[in-house]
Design a protein around this ligand. Structure first.
Ligand SMILES: C[S@@+](CC[C@H](N)C(=O)[O-])C[C@H]1O[C@@H](n2cnc3c(N)ncnc32)[C@H](O)[C@@H]1O
Length: 271
């Protein structure tokens, strides 16, 4: 029972994207849901500034790199139980709920249980990072295609499907979520597929927050650059020709920002 519009009714669940971290990037619908929800089940990556906007009770169901997480089925059961208690239940997810956010699984579970729900899209970390680091995902002459992929599956392995060697060479811009753990395998796969070792790349951590750090590198140097990133920092890999546009439209770069692991703290925020 998907609801497209309407009020946040008691006994319903809203699956809401919280955006990449900057509270200014919440949608108006997300802010409304935070103000009206009786209970908020949220991921670990949601910033304290955003959680502070919640009127209702907070329940954390997330994990941070390698820590314990609430099993997905238990989250889905909890959403159903709380909705059946007549509560307005907000499931708050980082970025967009339908992009590597398991929002699709939760929506299917709610539909099967006969619970009314609504999906409120959010600004993905990919869009937030691209804007805040000055790296357009597409560009009329430099990059006419973009792909989003994940760096590891539920078991921590680089997924075999899709074939990254094919995908990563077929598109101009490749964005990888959770790229750190498998950075050596990602680089080796893309190089084996024929991608140029000199392809510009960037690891963008904590995008859109005051903690944002951009590490510029190349495909060949990606494993070394990834090794320098703290594992707890949510990080995206952007690979492709538009990465170099950051020299003109991104935050000021550090003197040696092209060396592996060179970090550029954000000096200018895009809000
Ligand atoms: C489970 S995925 C969720 C993606 C989310 N649904 C979205 O649309 O952005 C979590 C991963 O997104 C990326 N991520 C989320 N927030 C980020 C941020 N502020 N800066 C950089 N990467 C971020 C990281 O790769 C993190 O490990």
């Amino acid at each position: 029972m998907a609801v497209v519009n309407g009020a946040f009714a008691p006994g319903s669940v809203w699956l809401v994207g919280a955006g990449p971290g900057d509270p200014g990037l919440l949608t108006l619908h997300a802010a409304q849901a935070l103000a009206e929800a009786d209970v908020v089940l949220h991921d670990a990556l949601i910033s304290p500034e955003i959680l502070a906007l919640a009127r209702g009770r907070l329940e954390s169901v997330g994990k941070r790199a390698g820590g314990r997480r609430t099993p997905q089925l238990r989250i889905q059961d909890r959403l159903i139980v709380l909705a059946r208690q007549g509560l307005r239940v907000l499931r708050l997810k980082g970025g967009d709920p339908l992009l590597f956010g398991r929002g699709g699984e939760e929506a299917v579970a709610l539909a099967a249980a006969g619970i009314a729900f609504r999906v409120v899209p959010g600004i993905s970390a990919a869009s937030g990072a691209a804007a805040a680091a000055g790296m357009p995902l597409t560009h009329r002459t430099l990059a006419r295609s973009v792909a989003f992929a994940t760096g590891h599956d539920a078991d921590g392995r680089l997924p075999e499907d899709p074939d990254l060697a094919v995908l990563g060479c077929a598109v101009d811009t490749l964005v990888m979520f959770m790229p750190l753990r498998q950075a050596p395998a990602i680089a080796a796969t893309l190089l084996a597929g024929g991608r140029d070792p000199a392809t510009p790349a960037a690891l963008i951590s904590d995008a859109t927050t005051p903690r944002q750090v951009v590490r510029r590198t190349t495909l060949a140097q990606l494993p070394a650059a990834a090794a320098a990133v703290p594992r707890a920092a949510p990080t995206l890999l952007v690979l492709g020709p538009t990465v170099t546009l950051a020299d003109r439209i991104g935050p000021p770069a550090a003197a040696d920002a092209t060396s592996p692991g060179a970090a550029t703290p954000v000096l200018r925020r895009f809000v």
